[in-house]
Design a binder for this molecule. Structure first.
Ligand code: FES
Ligand code: FES
Length: 208
């Protein structure tokens, strides 16, 4: 599985993000549209223009519909962390190169720092908070603990999200496939070997 969705059929890519960011900047002089909803995402000859001020952004996050007021230029990462207090998703590089901000969009991994929140309207966002809880860890999360697959832990939420996506797609990955699955996630502490063992462990248990 390839991280960063430049090859995504949904077209969530750095190029797409930059285009979106450009569009968000372009709306500075344009009049208001109060909210971004699923309906406004439908293809139309009469495109909806939003901003420049805050608008209502309604997203499905971890199975729950959540709505906040935020500028249309808000990234998905900022929306999660600053507006929904979901700080499990980490900001490290803020430029799509480390994977610390990985979340699932319709089940596929994306870097939430490189996507506008309004581009996630009508899609299913899953953060690390939606994958197990401290009281009810997934088999993969338990395996991270058992195999000591972290040091500082800063990359861990993104790693867990990427490995969860990998096991969802391929419950029995080999080592090369695991390496590929976490290729977009950087661990500065160098715990890759333990992470690979954790994924293998979870896989043997038939879990995710
Ligand atoms: S913070 Fe998003 S890829 Fe590094
Ligand atoms: S455990 Fe420190 S960056 Fe991965």
């Amino acid at each position: 599985m390839k991280k960063r969705s430049d090859d995504s059929p949904e077209g969530v890519s750095r190029r797409h993000f930059l285009k979106g960011a450009g569009a968000a900047a372009a709306v500075v002089t344009v009049a208001k549209i109060p909210s971004v909803t699923e309906a406004s995402q439908e293809v139309s000859d009469d495109p909806v223009i939003v901003g420049p001020g805050s608008i209502s952004i309604r997203l499905k996050i971890n199975g729950e519909i959540r709505e906040v007021e935020a500028p249309p230029s808000t990234t998905l990462l900022d929306l999660l962390r600053e507006h929904h207090a979901m700080t499990g998703t980490k900001r490290v590089c803020d430029r799509g190169s480390c994977g610390a901000c990985t979340v699932l969009l319709d089940g596929r991994t994306i870097d939430s720092c490189s996507m506008l929140a309004i581009d996630a309207v009508g899609r299913e966002v899953t953060t690390v908070e939606g994958i197990g809880t401290p009281e009810n860890l997934t088999d993969l999360q338990k395996a991270f603990v058992e195999k000591d697959a972290l040091q500082c832990g800063f990359c861990t939420p993104g790693m867990v999200v990427s490995c969860t996506a990998l096991l969802n797609q391929n419950p029995t990955p080999d080592r090369d496939q695991i390496r590929q699955g976490i290729a977009g996630n950087i661990c500065r502490c160098g715990t890759y070997q333990n992470i690979i063992e954790a994924v293998e462990h979870a896989s043997r248990k038939g879990g995710k």
